[in-house]
Design a protein around this ligand. Structure first.
Ligand SMILES: [Zn+2]
Length: 131
């Protein structure tokens, strides 16, 4: 998942996905793209973000726990997303015919839906079955 760090006109910086930045950082309030990083989870993107900004090491909220699906460590109290499950979901999306038509915003939203705690929508399941 692509995360972008934008400097805002008020001097603050914001880190988010293309989709979340579209909501939280309107183009007219953005100054410049500081950096971008392509990683499966926000926790990992935040860790790199802190390194690049010269800040203290990033600490996710809560304790790491084994993912109930695959056993890799994840942070249920932070984003609750497991990097390995996100990578798997990305692989499935890439294999799915037609996903090349997805815009970055659609890609993020579809991926969110795939790795969300709730089951994916019928439309998404149909798309994956067709692939
Ligand atoms: Zn997992």
């Amino acid at each position: 998942m692509l995360f972008e760090c934008w400097e805002m006109v008020d001097g603050s910086v914001i880190l988010g996905t293309v989709e979340s930045n579209r909501r939280n950082a309107p183009p007219n309030e953005r100054c410049r793209l500081v950096h971008s990083v392509d990683l499966p989870t926000l926790e990992e993107a935040q860790a790199v973000h802190h390194l690049r900004m010269g800040w203290e090491p990033f600490k996710p909220m809560g304790k790491a726990e084994p993912c109930p699906t695959c056993g890799a460590f994840y942070y249920p109290e932070h984003t609750g997303k497991c990097y390995r499950c996100v990578l798997e979901a990305e692989k499935r999306l890439r294999l799915t015919r037609g996903c090349v038509e997805l815009t970055p915003e659609d890609w993020d939203a579809t991926l969110d839906e795939l790795v969300a705690p709730s089951p994916p929508s019928e439309a998404l399941l149909k798309l994956l079955e067709e692939g």
